[in-house]
Design a binder for this molecule. Structure first.
Ligand code: NAP
Length: 317
């Protein structure tokens, strides 16, 4: 039988089995059939509740794993989208936030996440980084996953022309948005478990000119390059690191980019998928890149931008 025909047959058999079980006429035990992509986890006995229960055949189970997420302001933060997926997969979580003003929001967000740990850390302060990692050493002993979701550039550096960037603004943007990844990796290195993984967040302006992104584009180039060098340094102990290059998303940081909404709408209209990628897309990719599912991938920049970066020209309708 040709492949497509046999798949069609399998699908129709599966539908019949499902329909039969829903109407409670059929009693089937899990050994009786196997459908590619799903495995039955309970006997089908036509009970009043859940007559048929399927679980994905491959599941991501991170229970017992420990993840530190750095850079969450609110529920729209890209760091939070990855954190929620890690939580759904069963990992224990710790968070760092920059200023005291964010503490209340983070406490609210994490209220339903048992035993989550919160740290106030400005990544430009070595002593604050050191004290968080010292506490994690005592509390956890090791770290399995680390999410770096931090960036900052002074507004003035994004309002004008790149050529006018001041020395101070350039240094600040690069220090907070790119050097912080290096500092964090160094502090975390002794705590990393055997198959630990890190992700950071980047943007397409790292490789092409995006007007107004200016020094932040340069910082993202340094960030993506750092990911490659860190991948090499940490790879010997089995630790992986990758960058997620996300399309424009409505977050607090995005609001500080002049003309962001114009960029947001334009990206959706040009992208092959004709929509913007969203926080859920970022969360799923983050989960994949941290989990053993991506075991052979490191030093990479992976896009979640509805395909925007593959376009070379846009002609309109
Ligand atoms: P966000 O919610 O505002 O997160 C950015 C975080 O960085 C904030 O929590 C911010 O804290 C923190 N931060 C800034 N300076 C810091 C410092 N010195 N020490 C510690 N934390 C500091 O915005 P987001 O969009 O999710 O940004 C997360 C990452 O995604 C960034 O790297 C961003 O460039 C990247 N990204 C975003 C988009 C997008 O369109 N949103 C697209 C691609 C990539 P405060 O709130 O206290 O400043």
């Amino acid at each position: 039988m040709p492949k497509s025909q046999s798949l069609g047959t399998a699908v129709s058999i599966a539908s019949s089995l499902l329909a039969a079980s829903m109407s409670r006429k059929l009693r089937i035990e899990s050994k009786d059939f196997a459908i590619i992509g799903f495995r039955p986890v309970s006997r089908l006995v036509g009970s009043d509740r859940n007559p048929l229960e399927f679980h994905p055949m491959i599941e991501i189970n991170l229970s017992g794993k420990r993840a530190l997420i750095m850079g969450v302001t609110n529920a729209r933060s890209l760091g939070w989208s990855i954190a929620s997926k890690l939580h759904e997969a069963g990992a224990d979580l710790a968070f760092s936030y920059q200023g005291e003003r964010l503490q209340g929001e983070l406490e609210k967000l994490t209220a339903d996440i048992p035993s989550s740990r919160l740290y106030q850390v400005d990544v430009t302060q070595e002593n604050e980084l050191a004290s968080m990692f010292a506490d994690l050493t005592t509390a956890w002993g090791q770290i399995d996953y680390l999410v770096h979701a931090i960036a900052f550039a002074p507004r003035a550096a994004m309002d004008g022309r790149y050529v006018e960037t001041t020395r101070d603004d350039w240094v600040t943007a690069l220090e907070v948005s790119a050097y912080s990844l290096v500092a964090i990796a160094r502090h975390a290195e002794p705590l990393f478990s055997e198959d630990a993984a890190m992700v950071t967040l980047s943007y397409y302006a790292a490789e092409k000119v995006v007007p107004k992104y200016n020094v932040m584009g340069v910082a993202k180039s340094a960030l993506e390059s750092s990911v490659r060098y860190l991948a090499y340094d940490l790879g010997g102990q089995g630790v992986r690191i990758n960058a997620i290059s996300a399309g424009p998303m409505k977050t607090i940081a995005a609001r500080s980019i002049p003309g962001f909404m114009k960029m947001y709408k334009k990206a959706a209209s040009i992208s092959p998928l004709r929509r913007n990628a969203d926080q859920n897309d970022v969360g799923n990719l983050g989960l994949f890149l941290l989990s053993p599912m991506s075991g052979g991938i490191t030093g990479e920049t992976v896009y979640v931008d509805s395909g925007f970066h593959v376009m070379g020209m846009e002609l309109g309708d």
